[in-house]
Ligand binder design. Structure first.
Ligand code: AMP
Length: 393
């Protein structure tokens, strides 16, 4: 049984919270602080209960000592102070006397942010390889551990699995709780018909999801770059479109076994290269050899929406075209537009699909937009996430 933050008496306790503050930073400025805002509910709850809150997070990848300068969490501490309306202590260390002293001086309702956990990766990847000593040390700084970083829950790191292994009072925060409730509902008792929309770059990234869900869903709608390996498997020429030769046989097998479930694009927007702004048009059986498919065409949009009009549950992972370019975002946008405001349960996997949904303005019209790309894919693959499994005590 996994406990949530609400199951603990927090007053006066040192509560370690693993957040995901891996925010984009450019020219010394946070470009998107959504992740910070989403963490506030759990932090504020712990503060309201009278806890001493000690927060851990990673930021980017730290490979050389020079990376430390641009990947300090100092800028996040400032922003967090603003949102919490109280000073967030930031000793700027991942271990040592200064950090320990700052923690001993904390009063109830104080907040402290530990420096970027990945600074410890300069020490033989101690964070990312879940070094036992590091996990034990971090656990020794508190009494209760709350994991609220869904984005890294599919990784066994010292700041999630390591700490949890060394404390008996462990649980999830509100953000992970919401992720688990939403995914559990669609994976275990979806309202039917249930459609899976898959897009994005590669078939190879989605094989586990297809294999795990093909028996549970009523149809699998495929667009994006991955559609072209399926179209090739069907016998069409796909020009310069993304193609994974080694997965053509897998796609052939799927098309034979599940011909009634798999729905592919019948027409496409093509371009000479991914950076081209100009779109051409072709049906799926007449893609020119010097062209690549960059979005689904109008007939495909209509076909997809017709199938989806019946669906009560939709899980979507991967954009249906190169949505980062305005000219090639129509497919993704129109399909979103056609399914929101229809009362369906819509779950959007993290990463690029989440960015597409948010950038295209559908954030408030979707049942759940996951905060974790890799983690949500692994849940859809039916895997246990180590950062969550370890909390089951
Ligand atoms: P993924 O991380 O696998 O979900 O892939 C997302 C990426 O796939 C985005 O950067 C999209 O631009 C890209 N993508 C979507 N459709 C296509 C396509 N037809 N050709 C190339 N890349 C695509």
């Amino acid at each position: 049984m996994i406990k949530t933050i609400k199951d603990f008496e927090l007053k006066g306790k040192k509560v370690l919270i693993r957040c995901d503050f891996n925010v984009p930073i450019k020219d010394g400025e946070i470009k998107d602080d959504n992740r910070l805002k989403e963490s506030l509910k759990t932090i504020n709850y712990a503060l309201d209960q009278g806890a001493k809150v000690i927060i851990f997070s990673h930021l980017g990848r730290v490979k050389t000592p020079e990376d430390k300068e641009k990947l300090s969490l100092g800028i996040v501490a400032e922003k967090l102070s603003f949102y919490l309306n109280k000073q967030v202590a930031f000793p700027g260390e991942t271990r040592g006397i200064k950090l320990e002293d700052s923690i001993s001086n904390m009063k109830d309702r104080d907040v402290l942010l530990v420096e970027n956990t990945r600074f410890e990766d300069l020490n033989e990847k101690a964070e990312s390889k879940n070094d036992q000593t590091l996990g034990k040390y971090w656990a020794s700084l508190g009494e209760i551990f709350i994991n609220d970083a869904f984005g890294t829950a599919h990784r066994a790191h010292a700041s999630n699995v390591g700490i949890a292994n060394n404390l008996s009072d462990v649980g999830v925060g509100f953000l992970i709780e919401k992720e688990l409730i939403n995914f559990k509902k669609v994976l275990e008792s979806p309202e039917k018909p249930f459609s899976l929309i898959l897009g994005g770059a590669k078939v190879s990234d989605k094989i586990g999801v297809i294999e795990n869900l093909v028996h549970k869903v009523d149809n699998i709608i495929i667009g994006g770059g991955m559609a072209y390996t399926f179209l090739k498997a069907k016998g069409y020429e796909v020009g310069n479109s993304l193609l994974e030769e080694e997965y053509i046989d897998f796609c052939k097998e799927m098309l034979v076994k599940y011909s009634d479930k798999i729905i592919l694009p019948v027409d496409n927007i093509l371009a000479k290269s991914i950076d081209d702004e100009l779109g051409y048009y072709a049906s799926s059986d007449s893609i020119n050899e010097d062209m690549m498919g960059v979005d689904i065409g109008d007939e495909t949009i209509a076909n997809f929406l017709e199938v989806l009009s019946e669906s009560k549950t939709v899980v979507w992972n991967g954009p249906l075209g190169v949505f980062e370019h305005d000219s090639f975002s129509k497919g993704t946008k129109e399909v979103f537009k056609g399914i929101v405001d229809t009362g369906k349960t819509i779950i959007v996997g993290g990463g690029d699909t989440a960015s597409a949904a948010i950038n295209l303005g559908f954030k408030d019209k979707i049942t759940h937009i996951s905060t974790g790309g890799g983690a949500s894919l692994e849940l859809l693959e039916g895997k246990d996430l180590p950062g969550i499994k370890v909390l089951n005590k």
